[in-house]
Write a protein that binds this ligand. Structure first.
Ligand SMILES: Cc1cc2nc3c(=O)[nH]c(=O)nc-3n(C[C@H](O)[C@H](O)[C@H](O)COP(=O)(O)O)c2cc1C
Length: 208
């Protein structure tokens, strides 16, 4: 299956079947999201896998009537970090040294640059930046799922504050960004197989 076949096959599923994904498949998909690009590589977010039905029952009243939050196989929550600062960079540098075996002194100029770039942002800009990075990971998850013929639906139609409360995100220094329902489409889903509504290539793309 080439990339366009996969992307044409993917759609935002309205109704999921009761069939469950196995844990290994979910881990493979989330691990693909983990490999996403992010600004400076800082990955200022966490990815929560919500398999628990009782937790999803608690989320349902805050999901604007989207029953698929409960009916899908696994619910993935992308959550942005709320405290962005020098420690965000320091944590990355520790990992960088470990993986690349490069002493911190060799990248000290880059570290200063990253810290200054973050420090120049307002609190609101830092939050927006963190959420943008989480969205990139969300996009990777959707594409990875399509390539494996796993169905999905990205969602921001939920009460973010209530989700944060139910999931205890504030205590983890996080706030919800977006969620993705994963599973298999129901044979009853009338959205399945509909042609994609997208602007034409020449309308969307400007070549210079
Ligand atoms: C950030 C984002 C939020 C979305 N929120 C919802 C949602 O809350 N509920 C829903 O059913 N679909 C949601 N969607 C799916 C879009 O409606 C859907 O992707 C769009 O209509 C294009 O259709 P397609 O993905 O089926 O090709 C969302 C998509 C994105 C990217």
């Amino acid at each position: 299956m080439n990339i366009h076949e996969a992307l044409d096959w993917r759609y935002a599923v309205r109704e999921f079947s009761p069939e469950k994904l196995d844990g290994q498949t979910v881990e493979t998909l989330v691990d693909a999201a983990r490999k996403s690009a992010s600004s400076y590589g800082l990955q200022p977010y966490k990815i929560l896998i919500v398999e628990s039905k009782p937790v999803r029952k608690d989320l349902l009243p805050y999901s604007y009537g989207q029953q698929k939050v409960l009916d899908c196989s696994h619910l993935i929550v992308f959550a942005a970090q709320t405290d962005i600062g020098d420690h965000t960079v320091d944590r990355y540098v520790t990992q960088f040294e470990k993986i690349r075996s490069v002493p911190a002194a060799e990248i000290s100029g880059y570290v200063t640059h990253m810290k200054e770039a973050l420090a120049s942002k307002s609190q609101a800009e830092k939050q927006a930046w963190a959420h943008q990075q989480a969205y990139i990971a969300l996009g990777t998850l959707l594409t990875a799922a399509a390539s494996m013929r796993i169905d999905s639906c990205p969602m921001t139609g939920f009460d973010h504050n209530a989700y944060d409360d139910v999931l205890g995100l504030a205590e983890l220094g996080l706030e919800s960004s977006a969620i993705v329902a994963l599973g298999y489409r129901s044979a009853r889903d009338r959205s399945s197989g509909l042609p994609k509504v997208r602007f034409d290539y020449d309308d969307l793309v400007i070549t210079m």
